[in-house]
Write a protein that binds this ligand. Structure first.
Ligand SMILES: Cc1cc2nc3c(=O)[nH]c(=O)nc-3n(C[C@H](O)[C@H](O)[C@H](O)COP(=O)(O)OP(=O)(O)OC[C@H]3O[C@@H](n4cnc5c(N)ncnc54)[C@H](O)[C@@H]3O)c2cc1C
Length: 417
């Protein structure tokens, strides 16, 4: 059996490693060699679900490299006001376990790790255009350079704008949520460190600001490595109308200026993070979500990750769900390759499990942290009440031990611990 995977991102490469490890013939077709633009220069949070999938699929030595290249695990979950007042700070569990821990990794680093040892599997510079299905069930993928590849199974792992999905499930929709985010990256110099309270420096911080603006601050510190690699990501998001028209087209200094203008009443130390950010690394994100689709008749074409169930970053589980898909599909395809299961049964069993949990994550993500433009936080009158409620909820949770324990238990449970 030969498996072809379109897209060498998080989910596609995890699957490719798992299949290669199991001795199943696999080839990945990826459009780009290396990238540092967009989200690639940023942090991604890998949770126990993601760790488990990576551990299952990667060769043991490479999993250790992944762990070693992660930033220090956040020690606190904080809620700040725009004036940098700490309204909640909840200590998180430490990161001693291989699986049951939260990890922060730079996307570009994770990408490099996932391409390691796969030179014989990954074909770069291959932009998928369309596929052809043959009577014997085999599938041919076509690329924009005129070449093609044929396999027994075609896996779509090319992310939110999947061209396979457009052809295979043309009724599946991707919806704009009405939220624009601006992401920035600032080198973590000693001067910058001095601007932040200890909890923010050693934690991840959600900023619930007035006037319908939310922020997230992640500190990426790599123990034992040179200071120059350390950075922080400060992102803000709101309903589209909160930013000037055309914000999503801006880049560099212009975009940082929009972030500064939107946060004019924020604490000067937080604004300083924007002022000292690397303009070349700033970029806008239009937050999208998938609309759940009814299960379909399984064939020798299937999908994983954002290609099927793209979700808002509200819960931080998009990559983790793509990894979960990869490990599950790997098990099913390995069973088919070894003759223990019929191939169509294997794909059907994968989809029967993946579709419900995938779209459940889509729904939870849309409901969380203001990643839908309809959120009361963005309405003129209800906004103040919603802001007060959100801040009070976290403040109370951080102060009452029973609530704090429940919050942490629910959080880790949700994230697969
Ligand atoms: C602001 C933001 C923050 C986020 N934070 C988190 C987080 O903390 N934790 C988390 O779990 N998730 C997070 N996510 C979600 C996460 O980034 C995605 O869910 C995850 O990357 C999806 O993985 P994937 O393998 O499905 O697709 P991707 O990783 O997007 O990979 C798709 C690959 O396909 C390639 N490709 C695309 N089109 C073609 C084509 N036509 N031909 C060939 N190749 C193609 C691309 O170049 C890419 O390499 C965040 C998302 C956003 C927007």
């Amino acid at each position: 059996m030969h498996v072809i995977i379109i897209g060498g991102g998080t989910g596609g490469m995890c699957l490719a490693h798992g299949l290669k490890r199991a001795g199943v013939s696999v080839a990945v077709y990826e459009r780009y060699g290396s990238r540092t633009d967009g989200l690639y220069g940023y942090r991604v949070g890998i949770d126990p679900t993601g760790n488990r999938a990576l551990k299952e699929c990667l060769p043991p030595g490479l999993f250790d490299v992944f762990v070693a290249t992660c930033a220090r695990t956040p020690r606190y979950f904080n809620v700040l006001t725009e004036k940098m007042r700490l309204t909640a700070s909840i200590p998180l569990r430490d990161d001693r376990d291989d699986i049951d821990s939260e990890r922060s990794v730079s996307r570009a680093t994770l990408r490099r790790v996932l391409f390691t040892g796969m030179e014989d599997v990954v074909h770069f510079g291959k932009v998928f255009t369309h596929y052809e299905r043959h009577d014997d069930g085999t599938v041919t993928a076509h690329f924009d350079d005129g070449t093609s590849a044929t396999g027994d199974v075609l896996v779509s792992a090319e992310g939110t704008r999947s061209a396979v999905r457009r052809q295979y499930l043309p009724h599946a929709q991707i919806k704009d949520t009405g939220i624009t985010a601006i992401a920035t990256k600032t080198p973590l110099t000693p001067d910058i460190r001095a601007l932040l309270p200890e909890q923010a420096l050693f934690g991840l911080s959600l900023i619930f600001a007035t006037r319908g603006l939310i922020g997230m601050l992640h500190v990426m510190e790599f123990d034992g490595s040179a200071d120059s690699d350390d950075y922080l990501n400060l992102s803000i998001w709101s309903a589209d109308g909160r930013f000037p028209a055309g914000t999503a087209q801006l880049r560099g200094e212009e975009l940082v200026k929009v972030a500064l203008a939107a946060t004019g009443d924020w604490h000067p130390h937080l604004r300083k993070l924007f002022e000292l950010s690397d303009p070349a690394a700033a970029f806008p994100v239009r937050i999208a979500t998938s609309v759940p689709v009814e299960p379909w008749q399984s064939t020798t074409i299937t999908l994983l990750g954002d290609a099927v169930h793209t979700m808002t970053p509200g819960q931080g589980v998009g990559a983790n769900t793509a990894l979960r898909d990869a490990a599950l599909l790997c098990r099913e395809l390995t069973a088919a390759a070894s003759g223990r299961k019929d191939l169509l049964r294997a794909v059907a069993d994968y989809e029967a499990e993946m579709i419900p949990y995938g779209f459940a994550r889509v729904a939870d993500s849309l409901d969380n942290n203001g990643t839908s433009g309809d959120d009361p936080l963005y309405k003129p009158f209800t906004g103040r009440i919603a802001l007060f409620a959100a801040r009070s909820y976290f403040s109370l949770t951080s102060k009452v031990p029973a609530l704090r324990r429940k919050f942490l238990a629910d959080l880790y449970d949700y994230r697969g611990a």
